[in-house]
Design a protein around this ligand. Structure first.
Ligand SMILES: [Zn+2]
Length: 229
């Protein structure tokens, strides 16, 4: 079977249409903050598959998928405060919980798999090495951490990536990567993507239009970004 493939787009000032057929969108397969694949009802499954392929290439796993893994199903680690090493080496024992919400991802950062944790008491968020979760688990549960590490190395979404590559190669499409999206890596906050257009963009008609749209949206109390409403 052959079908078109899609690449995530920036979800700010975008056309709300299915990336596969052009009908109005009803669904977003989220890949990162303000980045996702839009689809109509009929093409939801394609968007899910292609978003997983993208996540696999970028070595990240969504919370809704990692919480199904044995480490989280066979322990209570999601319901307890986890131990978090500070930069100085001391260990925080209170207040840090593993993130499992919509915008949480396990990511491959500086050659290790890292998991997001949040401390609501001090309003802080950071990534810690997956390996460090062992500090919060009895020794007989440590193999579950190693098992997840190995699963992540193989790729939780490797089947979807292989399917995507097959379809992509079959359709001979030109690459759709937006050259204006730049990846930035922060030691604590992980991998982020910023829109970084060339200088000329700021004097272009497209930029003026974008500013006008934002001003108009503000006037009517609407958000210019669909995800920020
Ligand atoms: Zn569609």
């Amino acid at each position: 079977m052959s079908r078109p493939t899609a690449y995530p787009i920036r979800l700010v000032m975008f056309r709300p249409i299915c990336l596969y057929c052009g009908k109005p969108d009803t669904y977003t397969a989220v890949c990162d903050y303000q980045l996702g694949i839009l689809a109509c009802e009929e093409h939801k499954a394609w968007a899910d598959n292609d978003s997983k392929a993208w996540l696999d290439r970028n070595r990240r796993v969504r919370a809704k998928d990692y919480i199904r893994e044995p480490l989280f199903q066979e322990t209570h680690i999601l319901c307890i405060d986890v131990k978090v090493k500070r930069t100085g080496g001391t260990i925080d024992v209170e207040g840090w919980r593993i993130e499992d919400g919509e915008n949480a991802y396990i990511q491959h950062i500086e050659n290790i798999w890292a998991i997001p944790v949040r401390n609501n008491k001090i309003d802080r968020f950071k990534y810690i090495p997956l390996e460090d979760l062992k500090m919060s688990l009895p020794e007989d549960k440590h193999p579950l951490v190693d098992a997840l590490d190995a699963r992540l190395e193989t790729g939780l979404y490797s089947a979807e990536r292989l399917e995507y590559e097959k379809l992509y190669n079959a359709s001979h499409e030109a690459p759709k990567e937006d050259p204006n999206i730049r990846v930035v890596v922060h030691k604590e906050y992980g991998v982020g993507r910023i829109f970084d257009p060339p200088e000329e963009y700021y004097t272009s008609a497209a930029f003026s239009k974008e500013m006008e749209d934002i001003a108009l949206a503000k006037k009517f109390g609407l958000s210019a970004s669909k995800l920020n409403k």
